[in-house]
Design a binder for this molecule. Sequence first.
Ligand code: ZN
Length: 160
Amino acid sequence: MAVRTRTSKSQNTSISDLVQLEQLQGDSVPLENKTYGTENFSIKEMEYANCVIPSELMDNAQEVLENLQVLRNELKRPIKIIPGGGYRDAQLNAQCKGSKNSQHLQAKASDIRVDGLSPLQVQQTILRLIDQGKMKKGGVGIYETFVHYDVRGTLTQWKG
Ligand SMILES: [Zn+2]
């Protein structure tokens, strides 16, 4: 009987394979020519005063904006990220009385207002779009004058 031996490809990974793999997994390293922002949002809208988003958190901020763009397209109205309602460093978060584990610290959260719509209307639209799989699951908090939305990945609701 003929015995055939087969070398598994994974045992034979060449350097060029590894380089390719690294390139595929390279999301954590922002490319220099990568552009941020969406049709209606500038990445700057996630920043406040001298609180600038660190490069390693830029992709988080971008994910927030891409989801807000979906909401904006649905509402057909401008969405305003309130002052301090985007990325917060520890100092700004303390000023805003944010929680220690605030998604704002990771640039994954936004506090938003939409002229002409109540926070309840905005919140209900977000929940519907999440339900329809059009917006990413995340934290949805309703406050008197704004709605918090973040991209933590699991649906959590609260009333502030
Ligand atoms: Zn918030």
